[in-house]
Every structure is written in structure tokens, then in C-alpha cells.
Design a protein around this ligand. Structure first.
Ligand code: GAL
Length: 502
């Protein structure tokens, strides 16, 4: 049988089917009812940061329209919903002894409404919208944040854990660290010194140079891992026995395929890339407790070559390693796309994109592209990644906490075929979910759930509203922010109702 052919079959009876969103991307109500500013409010309000000069001030207005969201989910037949909490809505000063009652009430109403409709909430504590006041006190660049995050997690477990049984501490620390503290495309917009050097050849970045000898993105990866571990331990020690839920983290990863599978250098390049991207966060939590050996040695060597007295990658103490290792109840995976890898050489060095990686990542020119520049459609990559995670990290329970496909938004289209007939997204969902099914039935991967990104078109970070990921179209020109199902909503519903493929 052709490996690429779709199979029929079913997922587990208790499989979680859901859609995913994030607070800043959908809620709006950015300064309502006592919410304080987050780093994303500040960033999006800064001129020149967002491609279409928009922001999440109103977004999908889910702060007021959450019942509409729940109804469209009910129609979809999902049994779960992944949402994130806005830290600055719940704890405007970052202090858990001064919570914002209106913020707590909002999430209570949303959670209760979901449960009344038989939809289980899966709650992310932090999807990148750090309270601005905490950022101003050092944020992820200061060790104090670990205690602050623990306090916040404790507050949320206490307030919502009687009803929320699935928690995600941090969404995609890799993206948050590299885009927020390395490339500067995301809040808080810090650009690492080495990234600046690497990207200076790009015209639009020519004049940007922020010296950052501390290399912020590695520093924040350390505090994020410690904060995640602190939240997991808090739950494990104080809540697990009475609340009986699960806590983990959502890590993003592309699949990395050797450009030429018969070339050992390409095979090594793919592994090196996976070690320094997925492994950066997965190895500490799901593996040895520390950053991957390759990553540590490689960055230490690079740092030495630069004349630095110690590695730019921070070190964990023995005690910290023990504290981080094993802090998971499942593996949360966000996956969208795949790249071909080859070792850096004199012919390809113009494609070097990462200051510390001697690996070149390229798409196969025959792959279909979605509406985001980075998103190539490669369904088999998901199966290979699931297999890799299962093998590398001891066959954990895996939940796909994000997977989805974008369309480029045509600002003149408001309805009809152009926005609702999303054939590419329909095929994306069918083919990726089918590959996930192959991973389960043919490779023995322990997959427990799948969340499509996203329930709604929403504020796509730097791309603003120019890229749409929703299985529901949202008209952002309409003050009512009307939601209309796309064809992909019906396709997803069919898969859910069948719990797989006929
Ligand atoms: C993820 C992120 C989401 C969403 C998605 C599509 O990295 O967690 O918030 O934006 O990508 O780009």
C-alpha cells in the first residue's frame, strides 16, 4: 500500500477533539473591567510592529461573545476547547493577593458555559501575554518570574481547578523565546545581538541593532523551564489528589527531514536541528532534565570561538535538573509544517537563518503552500514527528494541542466562496489527521487528543489579520464580529462524529 494513501480507522473512544485559541488573539476587552496592560498590548500599540497596523484591542470580542463561541463549538461536536487565560486580566498587578474579580468572573462564566454544553476546558496559563508590569520588573529575564508564575498557577488551580482537568503551563516557549527575545518580531520585541548580526543583511532590518550580550533568548528559556516545573510541582503537591487533572506544556516543532536521506551529513543535520528546537525544551522536561548534550556542546564551542569565558546557554544546577525532569502528565505538541535539512557549507550559507545553527532548512519546492510564508503543507511530517517523539521520549501520552492551516486574507472579500470555501484547509485537516491516525494504528503512538488551530480567525501576532487560521470566518469590519462556519468546519465535524475515518 502506498504510504501516502489515506487509511480508515478510529481513534480511542475517549479521544479529545477540540479547537484552540489564545486570550490575546481573540478576547479583546484589552483595558476593560480592571485588566492591566500585557506585553502584547504594548507591542501591538507600538507603531510599525504589526504588518497591517492592527492590534488585539477588540479582536474577536470573545470577552463579550464567549457564548457565541461555545455555541459554534457545540455545533462542531467537539468535546474539548483549548483556551488561554489572560494573566493581566486575572492578576493586574501580578500579585495573587489582589486578583481582579471581573476577570475571575469572566473565566468562571466561560468555563461553566463550556461544561453545560459538555465541552471540557483545556486551559493554557500563559500564551505569551505577560503582564507588562512584570516585564518591567525583569519579566522572563529575571529569576523572580519563577515565583510569580508559581503564584499565578497556584491562583488558577485554586480558582478553576475544580472544573478544569487539563492544564498547559506555557505555550510554545521556543517561539516565545526566539521571536520575543531573539528576533524581536513578537512582544516584548527584544532583538538578540547575534540575531541582529545574522539578519543585518535583510534590508528591512538593516538599521536595527540592539546590543544584547546576555543573549536573552537562552536566558528566558531557562526561567521558562523553571517556571513550568514550579507550576507542575505546585499541582502535583497541592492539587492533584483532590482535583485529579493533568498538567503539561505545549511544545512546537516542525518535522525535520534530511534533504538527501542517503547522505549521513543531512541525516545528522536533521537531528541537530531537532535537538536545538524541540529538544531545547523537550529534553529537560521529557528526557534527561537538562538541555540536549549536542546543544550544550555546540553553543559552548561557539561561545568559546567568540572569546566568551562561558557559554551563552545557561547551565542548570544538579538540583534544578532533578526539579525539571519528569514534570509532565502528557506531551502537548503544536505542529504545522516540515523542512528539509542539510549541513551548512559554502554553497548554502546565504540561507543561514539562525546564528547558532549550522543547519540549513529548506522547503521542497513541490510542496503546497498555505497563506503564511512559513507554512508548507506536508501531512506525512506529522506522522514522522509523532513517531520521533514517541521513540525519543519513552512513548508518552501525546495531545496535539495545535495544528492548522492559514489562508491569506483578501481585504476586499467579505463573504462567499473566497472566504468560506477553504478547500486547502479542508484537505490539510483531513490529511494531517489521517497521518495522525496512521501514527496511532500503524506506529503505536499513544495519541490522546487533537485540537485544531483555530476555532476562529483571529489576531495572528505580527501578521495581524492578514493571515486567517479559523475554521470559522470572522468579519473584523463588523462591530458584531459575526462568526460564519467555513467548509472546513463541516469537514472537521465529520471527522469528529466518525471519531476518525470511514
Ligand atoms: C502558534 C501559536 C498560535 C498561532 C499559531 C499559528 O505558534 O501558538 O498562537 O498563532 O501558531 O501561527
Amino acid at each position: 500500500m502506498d504510504e501516502k494513501e489515506a487509511i480508515s480507522g478510529h481513534f480511542r473512544d475517549d479521544f479529545l477533539w477540540g479547537t484552540a485559541t489564545a486570550s490575546y488573539q481573540i478576547e479583546g476587552g484589552w483595558n476593560e473591567d480592571g485588566k492591566s496592560q500585557s506585553v502584547w498590548d504594548k507591542h501591538a500599540h507600538t507603531e510599525g510592529k504589526i504588518d497591517d497596523q492592527t492590534n488585539g484591542d477588540i479582536a474577536c470580542d470573545s470577552y463579550h461573545k464567549y457564548k457565541d463561541d461555545v455555541q459554534i463549538m457545540k455545533n462542531l461536536k467537539v468535546n474539548s476547547y483549548r483556551l488561554s487565560l489572560s494573566w493581566s486580566r486575572l492578576l493586574p498587578t501580578g500579585d495573587s493577593s489582589a486578583p481582579n474579580a471581573a476577570g475571575v468572573a469572566y473565566y468562571n462564566k466561560l468555563i461553566d458555559n463550556l461544561l453545560e454544553n459538555n465541552i471540557k476546558p483545556c486551559v493554557t496559563l500563559y500564551h505569551w501575554d505577560l503582564p507588562q508590569c512584570l516585564h518591567e520588573n525583569g519579566g522572563w529575564q529575571s529569576d523572580d518570574i519563577v515565583e510569580k508564575f508559581k503564584e499565578y498557577a497556584n491562583f488558577c488551580f485554586n480558582a478553576f481547578g475544580d472544573r478544569v482537568k487539563l492544564w498547559i503551563t506555557i505555550n510554545e516557549p521556543h517561539v516565545n523565546a526566539t521571536l520575543g527575545y531573539g528576533l524581536g518580531h513578537h512582544a516584548p520585541g527584544i532583538m538578540g545581538r547575534k540575531y541582529a548580526v545574522c539578519f543585518r543583511r535583510l534590508d528591512y532590518l538593516k538599521n536595527i541593532y540592539i546590543p544584547d550580550p546576555m543573549n536573552a533568548c537562552y536566558m528566558v528559556s531557562r526561567t521558562m523551564l523553571l517556571a513550568h516545573a514550579a507550576a507542575w510541582h505546585e499541582y502535583d503537591t497541592n492539587y492533584r489528589s483532590k482535583q485529579n487533572g493533568m498538567v503539561s506544556i505545549s511544545l512546537n516543532s516542525d518535522w525535520a527531514e534530511p534533504k538527501d536521506a542517503s547522505n549521513p551529513k543531512d541525516a545528522a543535520a536533521a537531528i541537530e536541528y531537532l535537538q536545538c528546537s524541540l529538544g531545547w525544551f523537550a529534553n529537560p522536561i521529557f528526557g534527561s532534565g537538562d538541555f540536549p548534550v549536542y546543544m550544550r556542546e555546540h553553543i559552548a564551542q561557539k561561545s568559546k570561538e567568540e572569546g566568551l569565558s562561558k557559554s551563552r546557554l545557561p547551565e542548570f544546577s544538579e538540583e534544578e535538573i532533578k526539579y525539571i525532569k519528569g514534570t509532565y502528565d502528557f506531551f502537548g505538541l503544536n505542529h504545522y509544517t516540515t523542512r528539509l535539512c542539510e549541513q551548512l557549507n559554502e554553497h548554502n550559507e546565504m540561507h543561514k537563518f539562525h546564528p547558532d545553527l549550522d543547519v540549513i532548512l529548506l522547503p521542497d519546492p513541490t510542496w503546497d503552500r498555505a497563506g503564511s510564508l512559513w507554512l508548507y503543507i506536508v501531512p506525512w511530517g506529522l506522522r514522522r514527528l509523532l513517531k520521533y517523539i514517541s521513540k525519543t521520549y519513552g512513548n508518552p501520552k501525546i495531545i496535539i494541542t495545535e495544528n492548522g492551516c492559514s489562508t491569506k486574507h483578501d481585504p476586499n472579500a467579505t463573504s462567499g466562496l473566497a472566504v468560506l470555501e477553504d478547500t486547502q484547509r479542508c484537505n490539510y485537516l483531513k490529511s494531517y489527521i489521517n497521518e495522525a491516525l496512521k501514527a496511532v494504528v500503524q506506529d503505536g503512538v499513544d495519541l490522546r487528543g487533537y485540537f485544531a488551530w483555530s476555532l476562529l480567525d483571529n489576531f495572528e501576532w505580527k501578521a495581524g489579520y492578514t493571515e486567517r487560521f479559523g475554521i470559522h470566518y470572522v468579519d473584523f469590519k463588523d462591530p458584531e464580529r459575526k462568526r460564519t462556519p467555513r467548509k472546513s468546519a463541516a469537514v472537521f465535524r465529520e471527522i469528529i462524529v466518525e471519531n476518525g475515518f470511514k
